[in-house]
Ligand binder design. Structure first.
Ligand SMILES: O=C(CO)COP(=O)(O)O
Length: 251
């Protein structure tokens, strides 16, 4: 059994301006005692809004996270942001290895590993994304691909307490298509097995989130699957009503 509260994380991707603070404010307001007791909410806005959102979230227990970071601590890396800088804004989480970075920016497992390490050193929690493409699933390689990504992206010295894993099949992201409930269950059970092999008892407590076209209408079915300990939500996390609607699957 999973002892910790489930985790519902919103990934705003490249969306949101200062005016979006009011929508985030509505999420914070809607995170009342009923929800707070049952589920941990986290929102990952673009870096430009991290500090603003961290201030709005103060005292609410809504967590804040970033969507990526550089593996280094500082230096001549124009345009990049370190994990320490993210921590400095008040954020507690960093998404690492999202497929939109793995594919569009050609990031490898080794890149993800360096970033997870940096996040760990900055005292933050990494949300490591893994997921197969449609071709890989069709070829029957989904479990194998996820094994490779997990093995390649987890640095030495990491403890299970500093890690969240998000299973996001690439073909389910932004498409409205989701895997069958049994395929999600199979993959999450498989990831759980690998995490227990790697981290022992701690591996049994690591949150494994499902991501890819999660909406209020499918959230209760997906979030009821064993070893699905929450969701990583893209499009539907931009509107307070939808995001809170997904989290309400736990009420
Ligand atoms: O990539 C995702 C979250 O990181 C999922 O995006 P959608 O919820 O828009 O499919």
């Amino acid at each position: 059994m999973h002892a910790r509260k489930p985790l519902v994380v919103g990934n705003w991707k490249m969306n949101g301006l200062k005016a979006s603070a009011s929508e985030f404010g509505r999420m914070v307001e809607g995170y009342g005692a009923g929800l707070r007791h049952r589920v941990q909410l986290v929102v990952c806005p673009p870096v430009t809004l991290l500090s603003t959102f961290a201030v709005i979230a103060l005292g609410s227990r809504v967590g804040i996270g970033a969507q990526d970071c550089h593996p280094g601590t500082h230096g001549a890396h124009t345009g990049d942001i370190s994990a320490e800088m993210i921590a400095d804004t008040g954020a507690a989480f960093v998404i690492v290895g999202h497929s939109e970075r793995r594919i569009a920016h050609r990031e490898s497992d080794a890149d993800a590993r360096g970033k997870v390490k940096a996040v760990h050193h900055a005292g933050l929690i990494a949300i490591l994304c893994v997921g197969e493409t449609a071709e890989e699933r069709k070829a029957g390689l989904a479990l194998q691909v996820i094994d490779g990504q997990l093995e390649g992206s987890l640095p030495e010295g990491l403890t299970g307490d500093d890690l969240v894993v998000a299973y996001e099949p690439v073909w389910a992201i932004g498409t409205g298509v989701t895997p069958s409930l049994s395929d999600i269950a199979e993959m999450h059970a498989h990831i759980r097995l690998r995490l227990v092999e790697r981290f022992g008892e701690e591996g049994g407590r690591i949150h494994i989130l499902y991501g890819g076209s999660v909406k209020p209408s499918n959230a209760s079915d997906i979030l009821a699957i064993s070893d699905v300990n929450g969701a990583l939500v893209g499009g539907a996390s931009l509107k307070a009503a939808d995001f809170l609607g997904i989290a309400s699957a736990y009420v």
